[in-house]
Design a protein around this ligand. Structure first.
Ligand SMILES: CSCCC(=O)C(=O)COP(=O)(O)O
Ligand code: ZN
Length: 239
Protein backbone atom coordinates (compact mmCIF):
# COMPACT_ATOMS: atom_id res chain seq x y z
CA UNK A 1 0.00 0.00 0.00
CA UNK A 2 2.83 2.31 0.93
CA UNK A 3 4.51 1.46 -2.37
CA UNK A 4 1.34 2.35 -4.34
CA UNK A 5 0.93 5.69 -2.55
CA UNK A 6 4.51 6.50 -3.32
CA UNK A 7 4.02 5.71 -7.02
CA UNK A 8 0.82 7.75 -7.20
CA UNK A 9 2.42 10.72 -5.45
CA UNK A 10 5.04 11.00 -8.18
CA UNK A 11 2.73 13.18 -10.30
CA UNK A 12 5.49 15.78 -10.59
CA UNK A 13 7.29 13.35 -12.95
CA UNK A 14 4.57 13.75 -15.58
CA UNK A 15 3.06 17.19 -14.94
CA UNK A 16 4.87 20.00 -16.74
CA UNK A 17 4.03 23.12 -18.76
CA UNK A 18 6.92 22.32 -21.10
CA UNK A 19 5.58 20.88 -24.39
CA UNK A 20 8.97 19.13 -24.82
CA UNK A 21 8.54 17.19 -21.56
CA UNK A 22 8.24 13.47 -22.43
CA UNK A 23 4.88 13.18 -20.68
CA UNK A 24 3.54 15.93 -22.97
CA UNK A 25 5.44 14.82 -26.07
CA UNK A 26 4.10 11.23 -26.01
CA UNK A 27 0.42 12.30 -26.17
CA UNK A 28 1.24 14.92 -28.81
CA UNK A 29 3.23 12.46 -30.97
CA UNK A 30 0.52 9.81 -30.63
CA UNK A 31 -2.08 12.30 -31.89
CA UNK A 32 0.11 13.03 -34.93
CA UNK A 33 0.75 9.33 -35.53
CA UNK A 34 -2.98 8.60 -35.24
CA UNK A 35 -3.69 11.09 -38.04
CA UNK A 36 -1.14 9.22 -40.20
CA UNK A 37 -2.93 5.91 -39.52
CA UNK A 38 0.05 4.59 -37.58
CA UNK A 39 -1.56 4.03 -34.15
CA UNK A 40 -5.27 3.53 -34.83
CA UNK A 41 -7.43 0.98 -33.00
CA UNK A 42 -5.13 1.16 -29.91
CA UNK A 43 -2.18 -0.34 -31.83
CA UNK A 44 1.34 1.05 -31.80
CA UNK A 45 2.85 3.58 -29.42
CA UNK A 46 5.84 5.64 -28.40
CA UNK A 47 8.26 5.71 -25.50
CA UNK A 48 10.88 8.30 -24.52
CA UNK A 49 13.95 8.09 -22.30
CA UNK A 50 15.08 11.20 -20.46
CA UNK A 51 18.12 10.71 -18.21
CA UNK A 52 17.33 7.84 -15.83
CA UNK A 53 13.58 7.85 -16.53
CA UNK A 54 11.61 6.01 -19.20
CA UNK A 55 8.15 7.35 -20.07
CA UNK A 56 5.65 4.71 -21.25
CA UNK A 57 2.07 5.02 -22.52
CA UNK A 58 -0.72 2.82 -21.15
CA UNK A 59 -1.70 -0.41 -22.90
CA UNK A 60 -4.86 -1.05 -24.91
CA UNK A 61 -6.12 2.54 -24.89
CA UNK A 62 -6.96 4.91 -27.75
CA UNK A 63 -3.47 6.23 -28.31
CA UNK A 64 -4.68 9.57 -29.68
CA UNK A 65 -6.49 10.31 -26.40
CA UNK A 66 -3.64 9.64 -23.95
CA UNK A 67 -3.20 12.28 -21.24
CA UNK A 68 0.06 13.20 -19.51
CA UNK A 69 -1.21 11.92 -16.16
CA UNK A 70 -1.76 8.46 -17.71
CA UNK A 71 1.95 8.04 -18.48
CA UNK A 72 3.99 5.42 -16.60
CA UNK A 73 7.52 6.20 -15.46
CA UNK A 74 10.18 3.54 -15.15
CA UNK A 75 13.48 3.98 -13.41
CA UNK A 76 16.25 3.30 -15.95
CA UNK A 77 18.10 0.98 -16.22
CA UNK A 78 15.55 -1.66 -15.26
CA UNK A 79 15.26 -5.41 -15.97
CA UNK A 80 13.47 -6.32 -19.22
CA UNK A 81 12.21 -9.52 -17.62
CA UNK A 82 10.15 -10.51 -15.78
CA UNK A 83 7.68 -7.60 -16.05
CA UNK A 84 7.22 -7.69 -12.26
CA UNK A 85 10.94 -6.88 -11.81
CA UNK A 86 10.68 -3.57 -13.68
CA UNK A 87 11.07 -0.58 -11.38
CA UNK A 88 8.04 1.68 -11.95
CA UNK A 89 8.24 4.91 -10.02
CA UNK A 90 4.88 6.09 -11.33
CA UNK A 91 2.02 3.73 -12.10
CA UNK A 92 -1.37 5.28 -12.89
CA UNK A 93 -4.15 3.27 -11.27
CA UNK A 94 -6.48 1.12 -13.40
CA UNK A 95 -4.03 1.15 -16.30
CA UNK A 96 -1.38 -1.28 -17.53
CA UNK A 97 1.91 -0.23 -19.14
CA UNK A 98 2.30 -0.85 -22.87
CA UNK A 99 2.95 -4.45 -23.91
CA UNK A 100 5.73 -2.96 -26.07
CA UNK A 101 7.73 -1.99 -22.95
CA UNK A 102 10.47 -4.70 -23.24
CA UNK A 103 10.91 -3.84 -26.93
CA UNK A 104 11.25 -0.14 -26.13
CA UNK A 105 13.78 -1.08 -23.43
CA UNK A 106 15.79 -3.05 -26.01
CA UNK A 107 16.10 0.16 -28.08
CA UNK A 108 17.06 2.24 -25.02
CA UNK A 109 19.71 -0.35 -24.10
CA UNK A 110 21.25 0.41 -27.52
CA UNK A 111 21.46 4.12 -26.84
CA UNK A 112 18.12 5.34 -28.24
CA UNK A 113 16.25 8.16 -26.53
CA UNK A 114 12.93 7.52 -28.30
CA UNK A 115 11.31 4.43 -29.79
CA UNK A 116 8.21 4.49 -31.99
CA UNK A 117 6.07 1.45 -32.80
CA UNK A 118 3.60 1.82 -35.68
CA UNK A 119 1.05 -0.44 -37.29
CA UNK A 120 1.39 1.49 -40.56
CA UNK A 121 -0.18 -0.41 -43.43
CA UNK A 122 2.77 0.60 -45.64
CA UNK A 123 5.16 -1.10 -43.22
CA UNK A 124 2.95 -4.21 -43.08
CA UNK A 125 2.68 -4.31 -46.89
CA UNK A 126 6.46 -3.93 -47.20
CA UNK A 127 6.92 -7.06 -45.06
CA UNK A 128 4.52 -8.94 -47.34
CA UNK A 129 6.21 -7.66 -50.47
CA UNK A 130 9.58 -9.05 -49.41
CA UNK A 131 7.93 -12.38 -48.53
CA UNK A 132 6.29 -12.57 -51.95
CA UNK A 133 9.29 -11.33 -53.91
CA UNK A 134 12.00 -13.35 -52.31
CA UNK A 135 10.13 -16.19 -50.63
CA UNK A 136 12.12 -15.86 -47.42
CA UNK A 137 12.63 -13.73 -44.33
CA UNK A 138 15.44 -11.32 -44.32
CA UNK A 139 15.21 -7.66 -44.91
CA UNK A 140 13.55 -4.94 -46.89
CA UNK A 141 16.08 -3.29 -49.21
CA UNK A 142 15.88 -0.13 -51.28
CA UNK A 143 18.36 2.16 -53.04
CA UNK A 144 18.53 5.09 -55.47
CA UNK A 145 15.69 7.04 -53.87
CA UNK A 146 16.41 10.52 -52.45
CA UNK A 147 14.52 9.91 -49.16
CA UNK A 148 17.09 7.24 -48.19
CA UNK A 149 19.23 10.21 -47.09
CA UNK A 150 16.83 10.58 -44.13
CA UNK A 151 18.18 7.39 -42.53
CA UNK A 152 21.52 7.14 -40.65
CA UNK A 153 24.27 4.76 -41.80
CA UNK A 154 24.74 3.82 -38.16
CA UNK A 155 25.56 5.58 -34.91
CA UNK A 156 28.11 8.36 -35.56
CA UNK A 157 28.46 7.37 -39.25
CA UNK A 158 26.39 10.11 -40.89
CA UNK A 159 23.43 9.56 -43.17
CA UNK A 160 22.96 7.09 -46.03
CA UNK A 161 23.71 8.45 -49.49
CA UNK A 162 21.55 8.30 -52.60
CA UNK A 163 23.44 5.26 -53.99
CA UNK A 164 23.63 3.40 -50.66
CA UNK A 165 21.31 0.49 -49.94
CA UNK A 166 18.97 0.84 -46.98
CA UNK A 167 18.37 -2.50 -45.24
CA UNK A 168 15.66 -3.01 -42.61
CA UNK A 169 15.54 -6.50 -41.03
CA UNK A 170 12.19 -8.28 -40.79
CA UNK A 171 11.23 -10.53 -37.86
CA UNK A 172 8.25 -12.87 -37.68
CA UNK A 173 5.22 -11.84 -35.61
CA UNK A 174 4.26 -13.60 -32.37
CA UNK A 175 0.92 -14.01 -30.62
CA UNK A 176 1.91 -11.57 -27.86
CA UNK A 177 3.83 -8.32 -28.38
CA UNK A 178 6.25 -9.01 -25.48
CA UNK A 179 7.36 -12.26 -27.14
CA UNK A 180 8.88 -10.28 -30.02
CA UNK A 181 11.67 -9.05 -27.73
CA UNK A 182 14.15 -11.92 -28.33
CA UNK A 183 13.92 -11.77 -32.11
CA UNK A 184 14.04 -7.96 -32.08
CA UNK A 185 17.27 -8.09 -30.06
CA UNK A 186 18.69 -10.76 -32.38
CA UNK A 187 17.93 -8.56 -35.42
CA UNK A 188 19.55 -5.58 -33.64
CA UNK A 189 22.68 -7.69 -33.07
CA UNK A 190 22.76 -8.96 -36.66
CA UNK A 191 22.22 -5.46 -38.07
CA UNK A 192 24.15 -3.28 -35.58
CA UNK A 193 23.72 -0.16 -37.76
CA UNK A 194 19.95 -0.42 -38.10
CA UNK A 195 17.57 2.05 -36.50
CA UNK A 196 14.46 0.00 -37.29
CA UNK A 197 13.09 -3.53 -37.36
CA UNK A 198 9.98 -4.55 -39.32
CA UNK A 199 7.59 -7.11 -37.85
CA UNK A 200 5.91 -9.25 -40.49
CA UNK A 201 2.12 -8.72 -40.72
CA UNK A 202 2.33 -6.35 -37.73
CA UNK A 203 4.29 -3.10 -38.20
CA UNK A 204 7.64 -1.58 -37.32
CA UNK A 205 9.82 -0.43 -34.42
CA UNK A 206 11.92 2.68 -35.18
CA UNK A 207 14.24 4.37 -32.71
CA UNK A 208 16.48 7.41 -32.73
CA UNK A 209 19.25 9.24 -30.92
CA UNK A 210 16.69 12.00 -30.21
CA UNK A 211 12.90 12.23 -30.31
CA UNK A 212 13.04 14.34 -33.48
CA UNK A 213 15.34 11.83 -35.22
CA UNK A 214 13.13 8.86 -34.28
CA UNK A 215 10.13 10.74 -35.74
CA UNK A 216 11.78 11.85 -38.98
CA UNK A 217 13.36 8.42 -39.53
CA UNK A 218 9.95 6.83 -39.04
CA UNK A 219 8.48 9.28 -41.57
CA UNK A 220 11.25 8.61 -44.12
CA UNK A 221 10.84 4.86 -43.75
CA UNK A 222 7.08 5.04 -44.15
CA UNK A 223 7.56 7.15 -47.30
CA UNK A 224 9.97 4.51 -48.70
CA UNK A 225 7.63 1.61 -47.84
CA UNK A 226 4.72 3.35 -49.56
CA UNK A 227 6.89 4.11 -52.58
CA UNK A 228 8.07 0.48 -52.82
CA UNK A 229 4.49 -0.80 -52.64
CA UNK A 230 3.30 1.67 -55.28
CA UNK A 231 6.28 0.88 -57.54
CA UNK A 232 5.55 -2.82 -57.17
CA UNK A 233 1.90 -2.19 -58.13
CA UNK A 234 3.13 -0.39 -61.25
CA UNK A 235 5.32 -3.36 -62.11
CA UNK A 236 8.54 -1.46 -61.39
CA UNK A 237 11.36 -3.01 -59.40
CA UNK A 238 11.89 -0.78 -56.32
CA UNK A 239 15.48 -1.77 -55.65
C1 LIG B 1 -4.82 -3.81 -31.84
S1 LIG B 1 -3.36 -3.50 -31.01
C2 LIG B 1 -2.63 -5.03 -30.50
C3 LIG B 1 -1.44 -4.83 -29.59
C4 LIG B 1 -0.30 -4.19 -30.30
O1 LIG B 1 0.22 -4.74 -31.29
C5 LIG B 1 0.22 -2.90 -29.91
O2 LIG B 1 1.14 -2.39 -30.53
C6 LIG B 1 -0.35 -2.10 -28.78
O3 LIG B 1 0.21 -2.44 -27.58
P1 LIG B 1 -0.15 -1.62 -26.26
O4 LIG B 1 0.02 -2.60 -25.13
O5 LIG B 1 0.81 -0.47 -26.19
O6 LIG B 1 -1.56 -1.11 -26.37
ZN1 ZN C 1 1.99 -3.64 -32.14
Amino acid sequence: MEDRNEQESNDHLVLSDDPQHPANLIPSLCRQFYSLGWVTGTGGGTSIRRDDHIFIAPSGVQKELIKSNEIFVLSYPTPKYPPSARKYIRKPQELKPSACTPLFLAAFDRGALCCIHTHSQWAVLATLLVEREKGKDGCFEISNIEQIKGIPKGQGKGMLGYHDTLRIPIIENTAFEEDLTGSLEKAMDEYPDTYAVLVRRHGIYVWGDTVAKAKTQCESLDYLFQLAVEMHKLGMPWT
